[in-house]
Design a protein around this ligand. Structure first.
Ligand code: SF4
Ligand code: SF4
Length: 295
């Protein structure tokens, strides 16, 4: 009997501006969202931007308010404060609840690729690695190291009575110095993480070490927005794995069973969707009853 083998194809490089826009549509959208959020914080803090007399977005990435009305709070920062001080203000609890609800819908690690300013630095470091032909990993790290650091951050918060990771968070430093101004912390945060990702370990910070990314990966396990996978059309060309910043989330056998890349560690960056020559991948919302299907 003849075996029905699928023909493996790959997408050509974009030839026109329209093709380029289409290929990089998710990257462009992610940069736009990251830029707009930073701009809203900067405009509100430095230039007093308001809508109908209400500041647009006041505060910082760990605690803020939209239009001086809707509280927002980073749930990981709130959790550290809770274990450190055994108390959270009602506003912080509501703010953290709102953010958790948003990232339940869009999946936890969408924060990493669509919001976090450090993503700009680590994606640039990865691009530089490719252009410079750097393939070495001086330090071999497991992607699970971040969960150990997450646990350490919580233990240190209990021991010290302060939100331990918030004090040293490179993305927090980067964000504060972009919005409030300053250079020393900005330089150390940016160049420290850039050097780590460029010369020490591929995708070192976001892919292996960041405890905030670990927190969102755990929350992302029950997230609703996922990359849907069509096993019938997939040829196993492997192009999605080559572009994925978290390639361990792509497991074809499991994806064929559950119809999606269900891992909480997927950042919903969309790179795999854009590169797939067979349109086997697309963003979709999984039914709530299926949200325990994780890799
Ligand atoms: S899902 Fe991945 S392996 Fe399958 S055809 Fe698309 S890019 Fe290739
Ligand atoms: S599976 Fe796709 S969307 Fe998820 S991190 Fe990898 S490339 Fe991005």
């Amino acid at each position: 009997m003849m075996e029905n083998k699928k023909v493996i194809r790959h997408l050509d490089a974009p030839r026109t501006f329209g093709e380029w826009l289409h290929r990089y549509r998710f990257t462009i959208a992610r940069r736009f969202v990251q830029f707009c959020i930073l701009l809203a914080f900067i405009g509100t803090f430095r230039f007093g931007w308001k809508v109908l007399g209400h500041p647009i977005l006041a505060g910082d990435l760990s605690s803020s308010r939209i239009f001086d009305t809707v509280p927002l709070a980073d749930p990981f920062a709130a959790l550290q404060r809770l274990v450190a001080q055994y108390w959270l203000s009602p506003e912080s609890m509501i703010g953290a609840g709102i953010i958790l609800a948003v990232y339940w819908v869009v999946s936890g690690r969408s924060f990493c690729s669509w919001v976090c300013p450090m993503n700009l630095v680590t994606d640039f470091a990865f691009w530089c690695r490719k252009k410079l032909g750097i393939n070495t990993n001086v330090l071999s790290l497991s992607s699970g190291t971040r969960y150990v650091l997450l646990a350490i951050a919580l233990i240190l918060s209990i021991v010290t009575g302060t939100a331990a990771f918030e004090a040293i968070s490179p993305q927090g430093i980067l964000w504060r110095e972009i919005v409030y101004g300053g250079f020393l912390g900005l330089l150390s945060a940016v160049f420290g993480i850039f050097a780590l990702d460029l010369a020490v370990t591929k995708r070192g910070w976001c892919g292996h070490l960041c405890p905030l990314g670990a927190f969102w990966a755990l929350w992302g396990k029950i997230g609703l927005t996922k990359v849907k996978f069509d096993n019938d059309t997939c040829t196993r060309c492997g192009d999605c794995i080559k572009v994925c910043p978290e390639p361990q989330v792509i497991n074809f056998k499991k994806a064929a069973e559950v119809g999606m890349y269900a891992s909480g560690e997927c950042t919903n960056c969309g790179k795999c969707v854009s590169i797939c020559p067979e349109n086997s991948l697309n963003f979709g919302i999984r039914p709530i009853k299926d949200s325990k299907k994780t890799q």
